[in-house]
Design a protein around this ligand. Sequence first.
Ligand code: NAI
Length: 319
Amino acid sequence: SASSTADGVAVVGSGLIGRSWAMLFASGGFRVKLYDIEQQQVTGALDTIRKEMKLLEQSGALKGSLGAEEQLALISGCSDLREAVEGTVHIQECVPENLELKQQLFAQLDQIVDGNVVLSSSSSCLLPSKLFAGLVHVRQCLVAHPVNPPYHVPLVELVPHPETAPATMARTYALMRQIGQSPVRILKEVDGFALNRLQYALIGEAWRLVEARIVSPGDLDLVMSDGLGLRYAFIGPLETMHLNAEGMLSYCDRYREGMKRVLKTFGPIPEFSGAVAEKVHQAMCVKVPDDPEHLSARREWRDGCLMRLAKLKGQVQPP
Ligand code: NAI
């Protein structure tokens, strides 16, 4: 059968992100072993994955060329780490964002694995130089940082340790493409990688504009969701520059002085606390009250939007 010949992947940690990775790898036809220190997390994961895949199939949004049942047959739970990683080509670590915990786990994996498997961490903000320090298999290690929700947002940031082998980056890049994700190479590690550095630049200026009472919190979000965000789903900030003049150099000639003038007026790092935090919180709660029901209903709506956007993006790829 397909499942006995397919390459194997291990997902270590069966929470929110581990579940998404399991579904993505199965969509690409990989055999997936799901492991967790909490057995009920694995059971819960298998249960949620089954429900989600059925829903995705019904709505025509299931990824990959296999049906939901075929993909589900590729995923199995495992309560022994050694057994979970045995014979796999890729191990995706998805345990909580805690440096000591992840270091312990990678030290454990370092003793089990051979020289072929890739050891990949989902960490959002821990640096590879910290995560993989001193490992024998450091050449096989990297961070592959997904974006929530990974099933609907394809970007994955690949971040190497200074000693990561180029082949490890290349193999992981190819694997991500194979499961329909969109990998980018971060050429050397930096705090926040690329996505969070851009995100925090935006959040920082959003906060300063609200704090200075230049714009209300609701209108601030509209600047993105009804303005910049629409084009950013298709072209990035650099291509935007290129298209908004007669090419990039023309844009720089025209707007360089204006950009530099405005950039000089950016304020200091906000505290993200106190009265301003209260004010922003109140404003957000008008639209989405912060009880679990309203929050999860809004997240479901967001995921539905992202799913439809992904479909649209698939239809509008340029020649
Ligand atoms: P989570 O809390 O939902 O899941 C973590 C799982 O790891 C739990 O099931 C827990 O039982 C298990 N676990 C704890 N210690 C373990 C061990 N020693 N061995 C095996 N399993 C263990 O966390 P979540 O949100 O899935 O995050 C996982 C990683 O993904 C973190 O590094 C996080 O920074 C990263 N990430 C999270 C995103 C998010 O939006 N939640 C987005 C991108 C990355």
